[in-house]
Ligand binder design. Structure first.
Ligand SMILES: Cc1ncc(COP(=O)(O)O)c(C=O)c1O
Length: 362
């Protein structure tokens, strides 16, 4: 693809840091505190998000799983989450034995609909997992109010939203536990990787044990844990990427603004930031009729337009259930993400716009 939907931005700083790890032969450690680069990355993430603690793990899925373990979510419990998300959100719930309950999304930013959330709460509801999809910010004030009223925990799936803020406060810090992903396509990457942020010391200590087979000092398993440790090579990349994040976000924002200027005359629903929100532009997602045809034609022209997610989780073969989620179904049929990552140039954006205009005219 000439202009891929996303691409890691790797420079000599990442390469040098990885080389140092290899030369030091410090590939990983089974210590409770994690390795040197892991700790450096955690310090940078906690400082960036203004969270008291950050714990690095080896994927965003592992971050969600660890968060659920930490809150003792288990068989017999229900966890409310959108179906309009990457399947990892639901899979993490099933992996701890709990039942995912699917909530519809709002049409304006494709995140959890607080009204539908409240309708779906039962005595078994133990946690709510809003997803800041595409970097958009969920309706956290409303969601937190509902959670408090029913005494339910909230875990933010912030896998796609590192750097998104609401009133200058980072996404992932509006609940007890915020989970990030550093998968290759994300705004900060380590290839594979993830992290959890929290302000709660007890949860932090528990998370460190869960990351490491429930051990504290060595072979002394105290609670159920797994090997969720982030390798030092990955932490080295993530650490350098964290320092570059503000620069990455600026370029994404500039690209998104340009695309909005170029596409505003078309009959698309363009992405918008609601008052107080600054999104990280992880994905620039429009909605349109005839989405599948346009997507295919753009791909043929070398533009990595992608529909995230054309099959919502509740319609996949494994999860198949009859819950009625009309906005989710609409979004799944209409959304199309266009490239705005930091390697997309001004010329690329003009090419994308020109191609779309030509295709629409036909
Ligand atoms: C919304 C969402 N949740 C969870 C994940 C899982 O992250 P990972 O792929 O790092 O396991 C992703 C990542 O792709 C995601 O987009």
């Amino acid at each position: 693809m000439k202009i891929p939907i996303n691409s890691p931005v790797i420079g000599k700083e990442e390469i040098n840091e990885v080389r140092s790890v290899l030369l030091e032969k410090s590939l990983t450690t089974a210590a409770n505190s994690g390795g040197k680069r892991t700790q450096e990355f955690e310090r940078l993430l906690s400082s960036y998000t203004k969270s008291r603690y950050a714990i690095a793990v080896n994927s965003g899925t592992a971050a969600l799983q660890a968060a659920l373990y930490t809150l003792d979510i288990k068989s017999g419990d229900e966890v409310l989450l959108p179906s309009f998300t990457f399947v990892a959100t639901a899979n993490s719930v099933v992996s701890v034995g709990a039942k995912p309950v699917f909530v519809d999304v709002t049409p304006d930013n494709y995140t959890m609909d607080p009204d539908d959330l409240e309708r779906k709460i039962t005595k078994k509801s133990k946690a709510i997992m809003p997803v800041h999809l595409y970097g958009n910010f969920s309706y956290m004030s409303e969601i937190s109010e509902i959670a408090d009223k029913h005494n339910i925990d909230v875990i933010e799936d912030a896998a796609q939203s590192l750097g998104t803020t609401y009133k200058n406060k980072q996404s992932g810090t509006f609940s007890r536990l915020g989970c990030f992903s550093m998968y290759a396509a994300k705004v900060v990457t380590s290839g594979e990787g993830g992290a959890i942020v929290t302000n709660d010391r007890d949860l932090f200590e528990k998370l460190r044990k869960i990351r490491n087979h429930g051990m504290l000092h060595g072979y002394d398993t105290r609670i159920l844990g797994l090997n969720l440790r982030l390798p030092e090579i990955s932490a080295a990349i993530a650490k350098v990427q964290m320092k570059k994040l503000p620069k990455f976000l600026k370029k994404r924002e500039k690209n998104a603004k340009t695309l909005t200027d170029l596409l505003c005359d078309l009959n698309f629903i363009l992405p918008k930031e609601r008052a107080g929100v600054k999104v990280n532009w992880y994905l620039y997602t429009i909605s349109t009729k005839n989405r599948d045809r346009l997507s295919k034609q753009l791909n043929e022209k070398g533009i990595g337009a992608t529909a995230y997610y054309s099959i919502p989780v509740h319609k996949t073969p494994f999860y198949k259930n009859n819950t009625k989620l009309p906005m989710t179904d609409w979004a799944a049929s209409a959304v199309l993400s266009l490239p705005v990552h930091p390697l997309v140039t001004e010329n690329d954006l003009h090419y994308i716009s020109k191609t779309i205009h030509q295709l629409i005219k036909k």
